[in-house]
Every structure is written in C-alpha cells, then in structure tokens.
Design a protein around this ligand. Structure first.
Ligand code: PLP
Length: 452
C-alpha cells in the first residue's frame, strides 16, 4: 500500500540543502483543509448552540501552527501554565462573550470563522488540566479561559483562590466502569482506572454547588477513549453526555450550556490495517444524538465543543531523517539520525508510523529492516521487521526517510535523554515556501539550565 505525503522528493532535496536532518516538516494547506472539514461537519450546530474546536495545544505547541488553527476559527485547549502563556502570546486570551461576539480575540485574518464557531459563547481558551497548581488556576482566570474542573474538591480550591467562582465553569465527567460503544462491543477504554474527572454523584452535587456560588454558564467535558478509529466514538460519547444533561437538569435544576467532546478522534497511522475516520459521518452521528435527545428535551441551545489534537495535525507533519548507518548482525538495521527523543510514540506505545523513501514509494519492499535511532535503549526503534526497498546509508549521501504522521504528539513529546537534542520544525506554506518555525537545539541549549 502506497502512503503518500505532502512533499515531493525534489522539494525534500531542496529543503535538506538548507536545513540538516532530522526535522519535522508540517503542511499549512492540509492543516487548513482539516479545520474546514471539521467545521463543515459540525456546521449543523449553527442552528442550535454553535460549535467550536479548541485545539489541544499539548499535541503540537508551535505558535506558527496555533495561529493557522486560530485563523480557521479554533480556540486553544491548554493544560499547564506554559501552555496558557503560549495561548496568551498568540493572542488567544479573551474574556467573556457578549451576544455571540468575542471580546479581545485575535483578529481573524485569513477567513472569518464560521458563525457557529463564534456563537457558542465561551472564551477562546479552554483550560482542561488535572492536579492543577494554584498558579495555573490564577493564570487561566486572568486570561479569561474557561476552566474545566477535573475534581469536586477544586470547586472550593478555586473559590478560595479567586475569591469567587467564575461565571462560566465546566466539569469533567468520569463515568467509571468500562467504556464500550455498544453493550456487546469491545472495551475501548477503562474509565474506572482513569485519574480524571468527577463521578456522576459528584457532578450532581458539583453543579448544585457551583450554581449556589453564583456560576451562570455551565459546561461538561469527557474524554473516554484515545486515537479511536471508528466513526461511532463521538456519537456514543455525545449520547452519554446528552442523556446526562437531561438528568442533571432533572436532579439539580441546572441547565448546561455546552458539551465538550474533547479529543480522541484518531488517524490511520497504518495504511494497511486502519481506515481513516470520516469526520462528516462523525458530525452527522452527533447530530442524530442531539436531535434525538436534546431537541425533544427542549435543550436546543446547547453548544458542542471539541478539543481535538491528533485529528487536526497528525497527518500534516512528518519526521524527515537520513539513513546514516547500516548494520548486519542477527537482523539488519538501518540507523537514522533521528531517535526516540524526536518521536517517542513507537518506543513508548509500540505505535506504528509508516516509513517511506521519497521517490521510491512504488518500489518492491524486498528488504526487512529494523529502523533505529541512536539512543542506548533497545526500544529506540521507529520500525521493527519492516519491509522496505533497499536503503543506502551514509552521513552525506544516505537515503532520506519520511516517518509519516508526526504532526501531533511528535516533536511535542521530545526530550533530551542521552544528550540528544531536539530537532528543528519547518512549515511548508501554501505558496510552496518553507519557513523555519523552530530552530534545532544546540549544545548551548542543553547546558543552559545547568549550574556547575
Ligand atoms: C490530550 C488531550 C486532548 C487531545 O487528544 P487527542 O488524542 O490528540 O485528540 C484533548 N483534551 C485533553 C484534556 C487532553 O488531555
């Protein structure tokens, strides 16, 4: 199966003449198109309470990419102090919202965000954190972020810190047990073992308390499965949350204003065994649940939010690395100049990332290789027993390899183990120009925090 990418061999040769490997390369066009597909899939929400994606900053915190997403109407989902600072620096802060108009937002230069993107009436930073330090709560409040509480005890903590409860507040739900799409279906994840969120009873009590303390707008959030490859995840989650909204209103008298479906829509990393999600079908599935549950309950003003990370960016980034060494012992190894410090997913999760050799995608894959980095850790393998065309190794003239789908949870998870430095990040603009959006680390960066 040929998996294509957004950059040609010729373009890549041009880029590597200017920028040494390894580097992550991102594609502006794909990112914009993806954001538009998502907004189109949820355009039906404009008849109801609106829709907005809050990009999960942890998936890729590069400001150049955040700005592209913001121009497409996305807000930002942060979970730490520095992510909040980043959001502030790219102009994403913004206090409350009056009649569908957000105050203090960055100017939407490229394309006006759709009406529904503006209409949901929440600030443009979502703060979904856990085990939250005081300083983070204080900064989130200062920036006018929507605070999504991870725990019942945080209601009191927040009130003491701020002197009041914010008018707009969200709570994260953990249903416990096992999460399945259907009664007889496979277990997708085990919320019982997840550290996040309120129990159902805590939610009822929490909304009562928040209302009593003066909150006016209420949201709910849940994230029950990650990197899902089915169009049924969001609709199933929406159904659970919509039914809960009705129950919350019955039990507490609190009417919720928005439902945050969070992240978890996956991508097809493996072109043979996985099929891509169909976001239009996902949007239609959520609509069906909305019209079956919320509309009859008279709750047609509820907004839908998402906090997608992977789905927004994974496919629009790749790690470009050179085959520098070849080694034959009991197996054949190709050593590349990138390592797990540049892309941790294969080492950490055993995740599959497709690898191709630009310009040779159609060639017979007759050689079995382990493609490895240079960490002194035997899990530093980008691929194990992978069939590929014969690869030529050499520090100057070795083949370039493309490791696909690194746009989310790629560079962002980088680290400095073994004295390895984090790579540059480049952006392929829509006009074909390549921009350096993060330089590679240098030894000086590595030593910058040390005292001796
Ligand atoms: C990680 C995370 C996301 C994004 O998850 P993806 O799998 O990248 O879609 C969204 N919300 C929260 C709170 C997260 O922790």
């Amino acid at each position: 199966m040929i998996k294509t990418t957004f950059v040609t061999k010729e373009k890549l040769n041009e880029i590597t003449r200017e920028y040494p490997t390894p580097f992550h390369l991102y594609e502006e066009r794909g990112i914009r198109e993806r954001a538009r597909e998502l907004n189109a899939a949820f355009a039906w929400c404009s008849e109801y309470g609106g829709f907005r994606e809050y990009f999960a900053v942890k998936a890729n915190p590069n400001p150049a990419l955040l700005k592209i997403l913001m121009e497409e109407g996305c807000g930002l989902d942060c979970s730490s102090y520095c992510e909040l600072l980043l959001a502030e620096k790219v102009g994403a802060s913004g206090k409350e919202v009056a009649s569908g108009k957000e105050v203090g937002l960055c100017p939407m230069t490229r394309s006006e965000p759709s009406r529904q993107a503006k209409a949901n009436g929440v600030a443009s930073i979502m703060f979904s954190s856990n085990q939250t330090p005081d300083a983070d709560f204080l900064l989130a409040d200062k920036l006018g972020a929507t605070i999504n509480l991870d725990d019942f005890t945080h209601i009191d903590i927040l009130e003491k810190l701020l002197g009041t409860i914010p008018a707009n507040i969200s709570c994260r739900y953990n249903p416990g047990g096992e999460f399945k799409l259907t009664e007889s279906g496979n277990v997708m994840d085990v919320p019982h073992d997840a550290k996040y969120g309120f129990t159902k009873e805590q939610l009822f009590e929490g909304y009562r308390l928040l209302k009593a303390k003066g909150a006016k707008r209420f949201g709910i959030h849940a994230f029950l499965a990650s990197n899902t490859k089915t169009n049924d995840y969001y609709p199933a989650l929406a159904r659970i949350l919509f039914e809960l909204l009705v129950e919350i209103r019955e039990k507490t008298g609190v009417s919720l204003d928005y439902v945050n479906l969070s992240g978890g829509v996956g991508v097809a990393y493996n072109p043979v065994t996985e099929t891509p999600c169909d976001i239009a079908a996902i949007g239609a599935g959520v609509r069906k649940a909305y019209e079956e549950i919320l509309i009859p309950a008279g709750m047609g003003g509820v907004a839908i939010l998402s906090e997608l990370g992977r789905f927004m960016l994974a496919e629009f980034g790749c790690l470009v690395t050179r085959a520098i060494r070849e080694k034959r012992i009991y197996k054949d190894y190709i050593g590349v100049d990138a390592c797990a410090a540049n892309l941790m997913r294969p080492a950490m999760y055993g995740a599959y990332h497709h690898i191709s050799i630009p310009g040779r995608e159609g060639e017979e894959a007759a050689h079995k290789y382990d493609i490895v980095g240079g960490l002194c850790e035997n899990n530093d393998k980008f691929a194990i027993d992978r069939m590929l065309p014969q690869i030529k190794a050499g520090t100057k003239d070795g083949d370039l390899l493309i490791i696909h789908d690194t746009g989310a949870h790629g560079h962002a998870m980088g680290y400095n183990y073994n004295g390895k430095l984090r790579s540059a990040e480049l952006l392929l603009r829509e006009n074909g120009e390549v921009e350096l959006i993060r330089r590679a680390e240098t030894p000086e960066d590595y030593f910058a925090t040390l005292e001796f």
